[in-house]
Design a protein around this ligand. Structure first.
Ligand code: COS
Length: 396
């Protein structure tokens, strides 16, 4: 599988995009964080500016109206926007990542032509509908059924914690098409327009952090969609789990970029505070125990950046990166958690107060070690791949 878009943007154009996103993040998003936290909503004006900047189409190939960034380039852009409250990225993140990539990777030409231009412009919003009440980490255990009926499939079941469900125009939905097949086999992926009769989107969930993001349950009652909506066409019958896993491999680099973005922000906040805050007659930055907290954070951030960039480059060079993406996602998100904890410690009592952003970021980053595959699932993926490689004769 070659992950490099044929029409990848050149270095100069990429740098312009990255710099524009950096300015937008610093000058527009970060100053609006408190409003998002208080209203639990990303302002419409900011969503409109995101569309103008092309953020919804970062990963959609240029032939379909997107920017066609490579995964390495997407990593750098997401690490910039990831410095701001995670709610902002979440607005367009499913279009860039898990919502659209099933169509980009495995969709038919007709499916790409129908949906990708709208996804790139932000006119269409896509959610990734995999998780269910009884199928979280065990995604292969999903029970939502899609039963063939003439030229259609009829879907029944439910999905849980679906990001952007109440903003979505379409769902990339995984459903069981072979009831006799066990676990991950017998699952197909579909494009399901959310206006189809029989779909009910629940109220949005109230979470520990990441205010302004939207996750909802979805129920399907005799939802009828054309068989032509199977991602990749009927040749992909019962192959949908693999589509979902390929999407998640790629998505995990996007998650690593968010971990890197949040870690950079936390370090900037912590260093700034340590230089200003005085105790015992001098800035706390002068104390070696404070310096140790900062130094460990910087070293771990650097490790996350290097690891994630290497994994993204391997993907762009056409390699399968299941193990590397899991390493990057696990390392960068666990690192963000550790750096958030240290940042609160450096701020002391002030770090526990809502007045300072580190209190919110501490809560926001907690989810990163859970969504798009928990740390424990990343460990499982890494170990399974290590064992397979060893069995196949590969040694480090
Ligand atoms: N790329 C391509 N194919 C893949 C793949 C990948 N990254 N990972 C697995 N597959 C294939 C396997 O090769 C296997 O194919 P065959 O049937 O031809 O042998 C098939 O998919 C089933 O894989 P496996 O046997 O490994 O499935 P399991 O159920 O044992 O485990 C895990 C899969 C646990 C890794 C998977 O369920 C997972 O990632 N869970 C977490 C889900 C998640 O991240 N949820 C977050 C919410 S969605 S945002």
């Amino acid at each position: 599988m070659d992950g490099t878009p044929m029409d990848a943007v050149d270095q100069e154009t990429f740098e312009q995009i990255r710099d524009a996103v950096r300015r937008f993040t610093q000058e527009r998003l970060i100053p609006a964080e408190r409003e998002v936290e208080e209203t639990d909503t990303v302002p419409d004006a900011i969503v409109a500016e995101m569309k103008e900047l092309g953020l919804f189409g970062l990963s959609v190939p240029q032939d379909y109206g997107g920017m066609g960034l490579t995964l390495s380039q997407e990593f750098e852009v997401i690490a910039e926007v990831g410095q701001a409250a995670l709610a902002f990225r979440s607005v367009f993140g499913t279009n860039v990542g898990i919502g659209s990539q099933g169509i980009v990777i495995d969709g038919t030409e007709a499916q790409k032509a129908e949906w990708l231009p709208g996804l790139a412009s932000g006119e269409v919003v896509a959610s990734f509908a995999l998780t269910e009440p009884d199928a979280g980490s065990d995604a292969g255990g999903l029970r939502t059924r899609a039963v063939r009926d003439g030229d259609d499939f009829v879907i029944n079941g439910s999905k849980r914690y679906i990001t952007n469900a109440n903003r979505a125009t379409i769902l990339s939905l995984m459903a069981r098409t072979d009831p006799d097949a066990k676990g991950p086999r017998g699952i197909s992926a579909f494009i399901v327009p959310t206006e189809t009769p029989g779909i009910t989107i629940g109220k949005h969930d109230h979470k520990m952090g990441q205010r302004g993001t939207r996750t909802c349950d979805i129920t399907f009652e005799d939802v009828r969609i054309p068989a032509a909506n199977m991602i990749g066409g009927e040749a992909m019958l019962n192959q949908g789990f693999k589509t979902a896993m390929k999407v998640l491999d790629r998505g995990r680099i996007h998650m690593a970029a968010l971990g890197v973005g949040q870690s950079r922000r936390l370090i900037n906040e912590a260093v700034g505070y340590a230089l200003e805050r005085k105790q015992f007659g001098q800035p706390i930055a002068d104390f070696q125990l404070m310096q140790a907290l900062l130094a460990d954070s910087q070293a771990e951030l650097y490790a996350s950046e290097c690891l994630s960039r290497d994994a993204a480059a391997r993907f762009d060079a056409g390699q399968r990166i299941t193990l590397e993406a899991a390493c990057a996602k696990m390392t960068a998100t666990e690192t963000a958690g550790k750096i958030a904890d240290r940042a609160v410690q450096i701020f002391g009592g002030a770090g526990y107060m809502t007045e300072y952003p580190v209190e919110r970021i501490y809560r926001d980053v907690r989810l990163m070690r859970i969504y798009e595959g928990t740390t424990q699932i990343q460990q499982l993926i890494i170990a399974r791949n290590m064992l397979d490689r060893h069995r196949n004769g590969t040694r480090l």
